[in-house]
Design a binder for this molecule. Structure first.
Ligand code: BG6
Length: 506
C-alpha cells in the first residue's frame, strides 16, 4: 500500500490526493472559469495536487485544445491579476485537455471514454476518476444517466466520484427523482453534493468551537438561549443569472442549502466521532426535528419580498423587475425571513430566525446566539434602564471571527452597567478558498462537507409545502417590495417584533 503524502501548507498538514483524472462538464461556463479552474491552478501552484493528474474539460462548444487553454488562461489571469505566475500556468496547462460533445448523445460518451482511457495511460492516473457537473441543473439527469450507461461510473482499478453543484432538485419530487437517477448509476459513497458554505473556514469552525470548548456547550440549549438568528445578506443583485434565479428565488437559492446547513451545524448534537457519516447523521436528525410549517398561517413564520430600486454602496441599483431577463411582473422573492422551531429536547421552544436577501445594505453572514436575560436583576432599584442579555456572534464573512457581549460596570461610583465586547478575529486571509477545499476533499474521498441524499430530501420536504403555498395561483398577490440598499422589508422586522425581539442590525 502506498502511504499518503502530506504537504505543510500555511502551518497545516494537508494530505496530497492520489493521482486522478478530473472531467469537468460545463468547462467553458461561468462556474468553471470563475471558480473551478482558478482553484485547481492555485492548488497545483502551491504543491497540493499529486504529480500525476489531468483535467478533461467537457462542453458543447466546438474548440480545440489550444483555444481551451486560451480561455482558461484568461480566466486564471483575471482571477489572480498580478499574482498570475507564467511557470505555474505552464505546468497546469500541460494537464488540461478538452472534449467537445452534446450532453445527451451516447456517442459523445463513447468518444469521451476513449479519451479518458488514453489520458489515463499518458498521465498514469491509476484509474481514479472524478466527474464534476458544472452544468445547468436541467442537464444533470442526462449526464448522470449517460455516465452510468457508458460504464464510466464504475470503479475498476481506482475510485470514481461524481460532484454536483446545487441545486439538487427544485422541490421534493425533483430532488427524489435526481437522487434516484444518481443511485441508478452511482453508490451514495461516490456522490459529492456541493454546498460551498460548508467549505468556508468559519463554518467549519462552528463544530470546533462548540465541541472543543467546555465553556459553551453546557449553555447551548433552551435553558440559557432565548433565540438564534442566522443571517446571510448580500449587497449584490442577481448579476447575470436571471434565467436561473427567476425559477429559483431566494428560498431555493439560499435557504434549502446554505442556511439550513448553518442551522444544522448550530443546532446538532455532538457526534461520537468526527467522521463524515456520523456528522451527517446528526445534521439530518436536526432536519427531521424541524417543526413543519403551518401552511395555513404561513405569514406568522415566513416573510418574502423582492428588491425595488435604491442605492447600494453609493450607486444606483435597478429594481429586480428591471434586471435583464427578469419578467416585469415577476413575483420571484429575493428576500425571505423564516421562523423555525426544532422540536427536540435541546431546543424546544427556542425560535431560530433565518434571513437572507439580495441587494441589502451590506454583505454579511453570521449566526448570533441570544442568551436569556438574567433571572433576577438585583440592580433594578438603582438602575433604570433594562440590561441587554448576552449575545454570542459567529461572524462567517466578512471580518471572520467570534464575539461575545457581556455586561461590565462602567468605571465610577454609580452603579452603571454597559455591554462590552470580547472579540476574536481571524484577521487573516484564509489559505484555502471554499472551492479549493471542496475540490481537495472530493479528490481525497472525504464526504464530511458534502450533503447526503437524505439530508437534501429532508430539507426539501420541509420547504416544498411552503413554496407550493407562496407560488400557488390562489396566493397571487403582489409581492412586497423593499428598497435596494436597506435592511429588507418592514414585515421582517414585524415578524420578530410580534415575539418582542428584534433583528441584529446588518
Ligand atoms: C450561491 C448562490 O450558492 O451563493 C448565490 O447561488 C449567492 O445567489 C452565493 O450569491 C453566495 O455565496 P458567497 O460565498 O458569496 O456568500
Amino acid at each position: 500500500m502506498i502511504e499518503p503524502a502530506y504537504a505543510t501548507y500555511d502551518s497545516c498538514s494537508i494530505e496530497i490526493p492520489k493521482p486522478f483524472l478530473l472531467v469537468i462538464f460545463g468547462a467553458s461556463g461561468d462556474l468553471s472559469r470563475k471558480k473551478l479552474f482558478p482553484a485547481l491552478y492555485r492548488l497545483n501552484r502551491d504543491g497540493l495536487l499529486p504529480r500525476n493528474f489531468c483535467i478533461l474539460g467537457a462542453a458543447r462548444t466546438a474548440m480545440d485544445r489550444s483555444a481551451f487553454h486560451d480561455l482558461m488562461r484568461k480566466a486564471v489571469e483575471e482571477t489572480f491579476g498580478k499574482d498570475f505566475d507564467q511557470k505555474a500556468w505552464e505546468s497546469f496547462a500541460g494537464r488540461l485537455h478538452y472534449h467537445a460533445g452534446e450532453y445527451d448523445h451516447p456517442a459523445s460518451y463513447r468518444d469521451m471514454k476513449k479519451s479518458i482511457e488514453d489520458l489515463e495511460r499518458t498521465h498514469d492516473t491509476l484509474g481514479n476518476r472524478i466527474f464534476y457537473l458544472a452544468v445547468p441543473p436541467t442537464v444533470y439527469e442526462a449526464v448522470v444517466s449517460h455516465l452510468g450507461a457508458s460504464g464510466l461510473s464504475q470503479e475498476k482499478t481506482g475510485f470514481t466520484h461524481i460532484a454536483i453543484e446545487k441545486p439538487v432538485g427544485s422541490d421534493l419530487a425533483s430532488a427524489r427523482k435526481l437522487n434516484n437517477v444518481l443511485r441508478s448509476s452511482f453508490l451514495e459513497r461516490q456522490v459529492y453534493r456541493m454546498d460551498h458554505y460548508l467549505a468556508k473556514e468559519t463554518v467549519q469552525n462552528i463544530l470546533m468551537f462548540r465541541f472543543a470548548n467546555a465553556i459553551f456547550e453546557p449553555l447551548w440549549n433552551r435553558r440559557y438561549i432565548d433565540h438564534v438568528q442566522i443571517t446571510v445578506s448580500e449587497s449584490i443583485g442577481i448579476e447575470n443569472r436571471a434565467g436561473y434565479y427567476e425559477k429559483a428565488g431566494v428560498i431555493r437559492d439560499m435557504f434549502q442549502n446554505h442556511i439550513f446547513q448553518l442551522l444544522a451545524l448550530t443546532a446538532m448534537e455532538p457526534p461520537s466521532v468526527f467522521e463524515s457519516e456520523r456528522v451527517r447523521d446528526e445534521k439530518v436528525k436536526v432536519f427531521r426535528s424541524i417543526r413543519p410549517f403551518a401552511v395555513d398561517c404561513l405569514d406568522d413564520t415566513l416573510v418574502v419580498a423582492q428588491y425595488g430600486e435604491g442605492m447600494v454602496n453609493g450607486k444606483k441599483a435597478a429594481a429586480y423587475r428591471s434586471e435583464a431577463g427578469v419578467s416585469p411582473d415577476s413575483m420571484t422573492p429575493t428576500y425571505a425571513s423564516l421562523k423555525v422551531y426544532i422540536d427536540n429536547w435541546r431546543w424546544n421552544g427556542v425560535p431560530f430566525y433565518l434571513r437572507s436577501g439580495k441587494r441589502l445594505v451590506k454583505k454579511k453572514a453570521e449566526i448570533s446566539v441570544h442568551y436569556r436575560a438574567v433571572p433576577h436583576l438585583m440592580f433594578s432599584k438603582a438602575m433604570h434602564e433594562e440590561i441587554e442579555p448576552n449575545a454570542l456572534v459567529i461572524r462567517i464573512q466578512p471580518d471572520e471571527g467570534i464575539d461575545i457581549t457581556f455586561q461590565a460596570k462602567n468605571p465610577g461610583t454609580k452603579i452603571c452597567l454597559s455591554p462590552v465586547l470580547m472579540d476574536f478575529s481571524y484577521k487573516k486571509v484564509f489559505s484555502l478558498s471554499d472551492y479549493e477545499r471542496i475540490l481537495l476533499d472530493c479528490m481525497q474521498g472525504d464526504q464530511m462537507l458534502f450533503v447526503r441524499d437524505d439530508g437534501v430530501e429532508q430539507t426539501w420536504s420541509l420547504l416544498t409545502p411552503a413554496l407550493e403555498k407562496i407560488e400557488s395561483p390562489d396566493s397571487a398577490r403582489d409581492v412586497t417590495i423593499y428598497a435596494a440598499g436597506t435592511e429588507g422589508p418592514g414585515e421582517a422586522a414585524t415578524l420578530l417584533k410580534k415575539d418582542r425581539r428584534s433583528w441584529r442590525p446588518l
